[in-house]
Write a protein of this length. Structure first.
Length: 318
């Protein structure tokens, strides 16, 4: 398997890579696989690494990057609602029914497969039941249980770890430090109305800064990702990808807020375990509720505001 693109760093040396590479080498890889995990970027990189190994073989008449290979096809959500339509699904199925051009195989990558409209999912299910010859279908999702059960039952599942990297968004480290400092002042006790007002103003300042960090990070990552995209993507698909980047980023930022909350709280458990434990549990539960609201497309500023104001009540009452 020399000369192929590298696997994502999060997968280096894992049993998952070993299993996939052995299956490809023996030509025993399932015709339909589902890659799922918390980091969509890792899923996409893994799908491209698999496609590269399936398509760029010694028998191929030409070599292409996986994303630009003439025998590789992609199905993505489109529009602000980020849905995969039945028509787009039928178009993909029509493409994979045609014989390969430079490789012995064909690969179709379904990005964010959980965004399939129910009609699209049922159309796609028929292809899973009777897959085209010499074709590998790779489904990607961060929400595997949002797929209909009949699709999940017909694919081979691989759970991928998230990339072990710190988000380097401009201003984010400072935001986390200020958030933990705010928690520290709350935990020390609030003794006056002026102090309460100060904490409320700080909370709203954190909300405003969070939005600025998210917007800047989304813009920067979109610039990088846009250069890697196929040139024939239409505007609706590009809008969906950019929206997906923003959604993924805000979920990751909220995950790091949860980590910061735990990091702040754990040392306090030794000196004042029971009240702090109750506050920590309540705070994390509230944060999980906020993340659930994000999945329902609630504005991230509203979700964060709800969490921070709840934190003000939780930590001052502990």
């Amino acid at each position: 398997m020399t000369g192929h693109v590298a696997w994502p760093p999060a997968l280096a040396g894992t049993p998952t890579v070993s299993v996939i590479e052995q299956a490809i080498a023996r030509q025993r890889l399932s015709h339909s696989i589902l890659l799922h995990g918390d980091d969509l970027g890792t899923l996409v990189q893994t799908a491209n690494a698999i496609a590269d190994r399936l398509l760029n073989t010694p028998e191929s008449t030409a070599r292409f990057p996986a994303e630009q290979h003439p025998d590789s096809y992609a199905l993505r959500p489109a529009g602000k609602m980020r849905q995969i339509s039945a028509d787009a699904t039928r178009e993909l199925i029509g493409k994979v029914q045609v014989s390969a051009t430079v490789s012995r195989r064909k690969v179709a990558i379904i990005h964010e497969a959980d965004r399939m409209h129910l009609t699209a999912a049922n159309v796609f299910l028929k292809t899973l039941e009777e897959p085209p010859a010499n074709t590998t279908l790779i489904l990607l999702t961060t929400r595997p249980y949002a797929l209909i059960p009949t699709i999940r039952s017909r694919v081979l599942l691989f759970r991928l770890p998230a990339a072990a990297t710190v988000l380097a968004a401009d201003g984010w480290s400072a935001w986390l430090e200020d958030y933990k400092a705010w928690l520290g002042r709350l935990a020390a006790g609030v003794t006056s109305k002026n102090a309460v007002a100060d904490h409320v103003f700080t909370a709203y300042g954190l909300v405003a800064r969070f939005g600025a960090v998210l917007d800047f990070a989304t813009t920067e990552i979109w610039k990088q990702e846009k250069e890697k995209l196929p040139p024939d993507l239409d505007d609706d698909e590009q809008v969906a990808i950019e929206t997906g980047i923003a959604n993924g980023l805000r979920s990751r930022l909220f995950a790091e807020i949860e980590h910061a909350t735990r990091t702040f709280s754990l040392p306090l458990l030794e000196s004042n375990p029971e009240p702090t434990r109750r506050a920590l549990v309540a705070s994390v539960e509230k944060l999980e509720h906020a993340v659930g609201l994000l999945r329902l497309n609630l504005n991230e500023s509203a979700a964060l505001e709800d969490f921070l104001l709840s934190s003000l009540r939780i930590w001052t009452k502990r």
